[in-house]
Design a protein around this ligand. Structure first.
Ligand SMILES: NC(=O)c1ccc[n+]([C@@H]2O[C@H](COP(=O)([O-])OP(=O)(O)OC[C@H]3O[C@@H](n4cnc5c(N)ncnc54)[C@H](OP(=O)(O)O)[C@@H]3O)[C@@H](O)[C@H]2O)c1
Length: 330
């Protein structure tokens, strides 16, 4: 793989996992770290042997040696951080959700096109071997015409009003943090729904603790999602077609495998596909970005910008139906 010098903006929890994965990808190098806090930038760069560190995202984005930037700040900052990098002609891998509104997601896509730079949402689940194989089987017609998709993602987050999960100023709530994973398979497999009906329940901060939604398609297809930060749910996703179904094993967003069931094989347990990932699972999305850059592509065919816009549109519909409002941070 062609060498790629990576920069990271927002060296927090998930950035550490990303930096661990970079070490496992041939040709990838963590070159620069950008934090608002000089001490944090320095210690993260030392921990991962990055050559440079900055206490200013602007300087990182302007560094001519940086090829690609991973944006790992809270959701409400993705828009400003990604556009800064794109305008500096950097390739951008932006943490999910791409942004907190449909309009701001559109602006990010526009910025990528205007600067002729690569942009991809870090929906790492898409690239995991188990999910990739399940999607290949779906595309090949193995389970027939797809009629429904279901997914649940509930994990318990203790209530902390100023945390990223509960603070609306940081894009808090189940929907944006984990609900976007439940939307992934329906929107990827069934496309854009014709109607969405949703219900949210809120923490005292105004962030959604629980959101449920039905995606309806005029051809009769249907998807349902459940996401919550109050309980641990089964964490399973299933895709059902006219010839059978695929149940992606828990936790589906970091799936180690899936079960294919056809011809009433439920009692025998169906056919199991074990496809564990080697390192921490982020290496696949990193390889996809680097492979796209090597080929001169500006977006991934496996996770195109059209997918991120579709996801942002449905999230916006759910927000509008439930009076959920987020402001962009700069
Ligand atoms: N793919 C996954 O599995 C996964 C898992 C968890 C999170 N995520 C995504 O990653 C992003 C970051 O999540 P995280 O849990 O890693 O965040 P985090 O550790 O809380 O913070 C990451 C960085 O964001 C900036 N930041 C944090 N709190 C801030 C605040 N109140 N105001 C301004 N900036 C703040 C800081 O950057 P500075 O150092 O520059 O100040 C911090 O280093 C989110 O969008 C989330 O959806 C993805």
């Amino acid at each position: 793989m062609k060498p790629c010098k990576w920069g990271i903006i927002g060296p927090g929890r998930i950035a550490a996992k990303f930096a661990d994965a970079l070490k496992k990808v041939e040709g990838a190098e963590l070159f620069a770290v950008g934090s608002k806090d000089l001490g944090r930038a320095k210690s993260f760069s030392e921990r991962y042997s990055a050559k440079k560190y900055y206490d200013d995202y602007v300087e990182l984005a302007a560094d001519p040696s940086v090829d690609a930037v991973y944006i790992a700040t809270p959701h409400t900052y993705h828009h400003a951080n990604a556009i800064l990098c794109l305008r500096n002609k950097k390739a951008v891998l932006c943490e999910k959700p791409m942004s907190v509104t449909y309009q701001s997601t559109l602006e990010m896509v526009k910025a990528a096109k205007e600067s002729d730079s690569f942009l991809m949402e870090a929906m790492w689940t898409r690239f995991l071997p188990a999910v990739d194989k399940a999607l290949q089987l779906v595309a090949s017609g193995e389970i027939g015409e797809i009629k429904s998709v279901q997914a649940d993602f509930g994990v318990i987050f203790p209530f902390e009003p100023t945390s990223r999960i509960f603070d609306l100023a940081l894009g808090g709530g189940a929907l944006l943090d984990i609900g976007v994973y439940t939307l992934f398979l329906p929107l990827y497999v069934l496309g854009e729904p014709d109607a969405v009906k949703s219900f949210s329940h809120f923490a005292v901060t105004g962030a959604d603790e629980t959101t449920d939604a039905i995606l309806y398609y005029k051809n009769g297809n249907i998807a349902s999602i459940h996401t919550t930060v109050l309980t641990e749910t089964p964490l399973v996703a299933s895709i059902t077609g006219t010839l059978g179904s695929i149940s992606i094993q828990a936790p589906f967003y970091k799936a180690p495998g899936f079960v294919l069931t056809k011809n009433g094989e439920h009692q025998s347990g169906g056919k199991r596909f074990d496809l564990p990932y080697g390192d921490n699972g982020f290496e696949y999305e990193i390889r996809e970005v680097m492979s796209c850059l090597e080929k001169g592509k500006k977006e991934s065919d496996l996770l195109p910008l059209e997918y991120s816009l579709r996801s942002a549109k449905v999230v916006q519909q759910i927000c509008d139906q439930n009076n959920l409002r987020y402001n962009l941070s700069r």
